[in-house]
Every structure is written in C-alpha cells, then in structure tokens.
Design a protein around this ligand. Sequence first.
Ligand SMILES: Nc1ncnc2c1ncn2[C@@H]1O[C@H](COP(=O)(O)OP(=O)(O)OP(=O)(O)O)[C@@H](O)[C@H]1O
Length: 696
Amino acid sequence: MTNKIKVILIHKLLSSKIQFLKGVGPANAVKLSKLGILTIGQLLEHYPRRYEDRSKLKSITELTDGQYESFRAVVIHVNELKSRRGFKIIKIAVQDQAGVAQLTWFNQSYMKNKYKPGMELIISGKIQRHANIIEVTKPDIEPASEFYAGSGRIIPVYPTTEDVPQWRLRSLILQAINLLKNSVTPEEIESLPTSIIDKHNLLTRKQALVNIHFAVDMETLVKARRRLVFEELFLLQCGLAYLKQRNKYNSKGIKHAPDGVLVAKVENHLSFKLTNDQNKTLREIKADMEDVTPMQRLVQGDVGSGKTVIAAIALAKTVENGYQGAMMAPTEILAEQHYHTLAQLLAPHSIKLAILTGKLSRRTRDEVLRHFKDGAIDVVVGTHALIQDDVEFAHLGLVVTDEQHRFGVRQRARLESKGNQPDVLIMTATPIPRTMALTVYGDLDVSIIRELPPGRQPVATYSRSNTRRNKVYLFAAEQIKAGRQVYVVCPLVEESDKIEAQSAVKIYEELSATFFKNIPCALLHGKMKPQEKEAIMTAFSCGDIKALIATTVIEVGVNVPNATVMIIEGADRFGLAQLHQLRGRVGRGKYKSYCILLSDNTNEETLERLKIMTEVNDGFVLADRDLLLRGPGQFFGTNQHGLPDLKIANIVTDTDILLEARSAAQHTVCTPEYLDTVWQTLQNWFGEKFSMIFCR
Ligand SMILES: Nc1ncnc2c1ncn2[C@@H]1O[C@H](COP(=O)(O)OP(=O)(O)OP(=O)(O)O)[C@@H](O)[C@H]1O
C-alpha cells in the first residue's frame, strides 16, 4: 500500500503543467501562475470560496427583486453612456422569451466589446426591479456554451483575479476533472490509508476532488469537503507526530541530574510559595530536563501568572549541571527586566549573569562574548543580539525564549544551534486557543499556568465613551494621590510608529498640563533611544514617575506591582489578546486595580469586543472568544508567526474534524514510506511556510 501511495501524489496527470489543458497558452499560464496554479494538481486543489445554487434557471419575468438569481438570455443591444459626473456606464440589454433585462457596469468600457448582440449568456447576480425595468449591476456572466451541463447546478465560485474570469477558471477545472475521471483510478491518487478511509467513513480522494468542484448535490458536497478537511488536518498531524517522535528517538540531548543543592537554595529563597500550576509546570520541566530527549516545551501562562520564576529555577538547574543558560526576550525593556529579576533570584547563589543587547559598547560586548565562550558566565539574558554569528557558548544547556510568536521559528532555531541539542523552553503570555495550539504547536509539549498567585484580585474593567474621559482621569489622579501609579496607553496606529509616537506626545502634553499637573509624568514610545526608554522604565519601576503615557511598547511583560490603573485610549483599535496583555500590566500586586477602555466607536463587533473585556478576566477564555470573533488570520495581528494557511480546513469551525484527525494520526503507525509521502505533500502545500512550521 505504501509504495502505491508514494507514486500517487506525484501522479503524472497531477504534476503536468497547466499548459497541458486546452485553451492555456503562455499568456494564460502566466495569469494562472499569479493564483499559484502551475500544475493540474494545483488547479484541482484550487478549492471554491463559496457556491451558488443555480439549479433552477428562471425566466426574466420570474426574477425576484433583491434575490441572487440566474437566468439565460441573449444580448440584444450594447450601449455606453456618460453620467453627469463623467462616469462611463455600460448598459447591455438582454432578452429571453418572456422579457427584457438590463445589465449595468460602471467605468468598465471593455465590457462593450466583450458582449455582442446575438450572444447567449448565463447571467447571475442580485436582481433590482425599478418600476418595470429589471436590472443587474456587475453580474457574473458565463457564455452559455461554457455552461456546465452537469446533473446538478451547484456552481463553484473561486478565489480569482480580474485576469482570470470565473467562467474560464471553472471551465479549466471542469476539463481537469474530466481528465481525472477518465484517466486516473481512485487508488492512484489516494493519500490516506484504506483503514482510515473506512474507519472514518470518508470519500476517496478522487470522489472528493470531483465533488468539491462540481457536486451532484449538497449532501455530496458536504462529504467531499469533510474528506478534504480531514485529509489536510490528518497529514498535518502526522507531520507533527513524526517530528515529536523524531525528537524522542533520534536525538541525544543533555540528561540533567535530579535536583541538587543549588536548585534547592534558589527555591528555598523565594519570598512566596509557588502556586499549584507553577509547581506542576516545574515538575514537567524538570522531568524533561532529566530525560535524554531534548526538552521542547511551551509554557502558556496567563499574564502575571509567574512564568519568570519558573524560568529562573530551570536555569539554575542547568547551571547546577555545569551548563550555561540563555534567555531571549523580544524587546530591550523586557530583557532588562528579566535580567534584574533573574539577578535577584540567582546572583545570591553565586550564579554569574550577563546581559547582551544591541546597546552595549563594543568593548563591553567583546568582554561579555569572551566570557560566554570560556564558560565564566552562567546565564545570559538578551534580545536578538544573542543570535548573532559571533556569539558562542562553552556548553549551552538550556534555551528559554520569552514571547514565542514574536520570534520566527528560525530565529529560535539559531539560538538553539549554539549548543549541542540544548533543552528548549518557550514561554508565552498570549494564551493560544486550543485548536490553534494543536495545529501550530502540535509537536511541542505544553504546560499551562492558569492560576494566578494568591491575593490577586481581578482587574475591574470598564468600557467608557469619551464623554466620560474627564471623570476617568480625575479618578486616575486620585489613585496617584493615594500612592499608586498609572499607565495611559495611546491609540494604536498600525504601520506607523511615527504617527503613534506623535499621538502619544500630544496626549502626554495634554495630561501633564491638566489632570496630571504637578504629578511626575513621563512619555515612552518606540521612537525613543534605548537608554532613554530604560531610564524612564527604571524611574517608573521605583516609583519616581507616577504616570506613564506610552504606546504599546509596554505591552508585554512589564512588571510594576504598584501600578493600579490602566487607561487605554482608542481601545477599539486593539484586539482582545492585546487588550488583555495591556490590562495585565496592572493587578500585579496587592492593590485593587482598574482598566478603563476609552472608545467612541459604535460598531457592533467593536462594542462586543470591549464588552467581553469587561466580563472576562481569564486569558484563555478571551483567546477562544477572540478566535471566534476575528478568525484565525487575525488572531496574532499578523500572519507571519508560523500559522499555516490551511488550504481548506478552518480551525475555528472544523474543530470536530480536527480532533478526529488528530486522534487518527496519533493512532496510526506510519511506515517510513508513508511519512515520506506526507512530508512531500506538506511541502507542496505549504511551500515557504513549511520550513517555518516544521524545521524545528
Ligand atoms: N507564587 C507566587 N506568589 C506570589 N507572587 C508571585 C508568585 N509567582 C510570581 N509572583 C510575582 O508575580 C509577579 C508576576 O510574575 P512574572 O513577571 O513572572 O509573571 P509573568 O507570568 O511573566 O507575567 P507577564 O506574562 O504578564 O509578564 C512578579 O512580581 C512575581 O514576583
């Protein structure tokens, strides 16, 4: 079976160039390549975006106002008019036996040459009836000769460009489907083991491909989609399971010894008791480190749940075993902060720490690098500066990366490659929805710290319009008088640090002249020099500055337990995950804390998002809600962080199939040949992203 499978996915027909089809010359091939279609296989995997039911063609007099309908008619007259404002309007009159309708386009003069009197067309679009005139604006048109004469008329609508009209794409796919039907057996293009197909009651790949494009009826279409979604998720999960196994069996990592004196000293010196979740996570980490398989563990902890102390103990463990540890943070501010926290926890026990960021002088940097190399430094904290080529370690035992999705997988891999299969701990404070975590990080072991340290009260969150802005700032000033500190976050301006900084400056000037007059305030934004930023953060941390007016530079990780008020201006511009991160900057100590979301936006979805914030304090619940509200592409704000663009599956709505496919993949014993095929298919599907996801 496996040998056969290996042949299929490189079946001759599927790998044939698209020019093999009738009607595809060099020019059309270029246009199709812009859609990512170079081969017949890729054409067949260009799945419809949606479908239209055109099973019943109506006559013109039967068309209903406001409905999306289809009808067959002949062109009788083509006319170009000019509107008073200079628009070109193309009007084409069409006729069937019952009546006349008018098709209209604006500023698309080429339409007048495309359709000539006498041509028979299948026209689909939204019907507008004004008095006795029936009009369709920007209709979807197929020449009647291209009209697919299948038994059903569920018409696929494809993602496409202006260059490749729907009807052409549809007729090419039909041609490819006919070739597939006539010249390929189901076994020749099957990608799933027969046992899986039978057990999960799936269509064959051949049946699914035919029906996803031209289904005989709705029921078959649903089955076709289920099969292809299952296939995609199953193969992805097989790939992830394979990676995990490979890590387990093929690699020899560092086997740390059970805890000794140093780890005990660090643990016993903590000024607090670890929470149950922290203890559980720590046990999991220690077990991984004591195993010869290199650790690949993701720690997901809600904001303020106390991840840094866990990292500190793990670092102490590697040092105790004679190795070095490295911790990489996404920003200089965070690297500084982690350095100070780790120094407090580790330096009293003779662990030598250093920091490496972009701003060290050449001399200091050279010296620090020398001590990494000769092993005199035990633990280093840094930014991207850590992955530069000239950074070398004597014996790196543990790599911790904070805020996982800010780094590409490749960057992380570069740090890991500075040791000989070191243990790897990834920490993130953005809870990842479960379904997404299974797809993106399915090969990592996951620990979750959901519980917050005792005594923390939920942050009271309010959503307010700007009419109440004065009251909000008066409240903040009162809190400052009571000894607390305040953050004000300025509206997010995507793509422009400069405008964002300008808006922060404006708000800073306004507040320091009004509500915060005579209160020590400071401004913090991404355009400032690292030294300036650091000096301000230090002054805020030690309480010299009472109000910090900032852009999102403070979003992750900043820890000032005395701060109790977070005011977010233009809160509607932020996603839930980001608002939660910002809110997490307060409520980190023993004082009651508040988060106030200012916004005048009345958009329904925005109001819903802000309302969820006022009701939910748990980051994991928020993450799931955010995913539902905005979809997977939006979740991280950007698409570049390892989330594969799935071809057909939707991880929000296909959760059931995902869980079924995952369980099937975990229970399938894959032969090496089958895994080869899986590997090859995944590479074909995900291209560039493949190495991002799988080359760990
Ligand atoms: N078990 C505990 N009991 C009491 N305080 C704790 C406990 N664990 C951590 N803390 C304190 O809680 C604060 C937050 O910890 P830390 O900065 O490690 O959180 P975090 O999970 O990294 O948060 P974020 O993701 O928001 O940066 C720190 O002041 C830390 O000293």
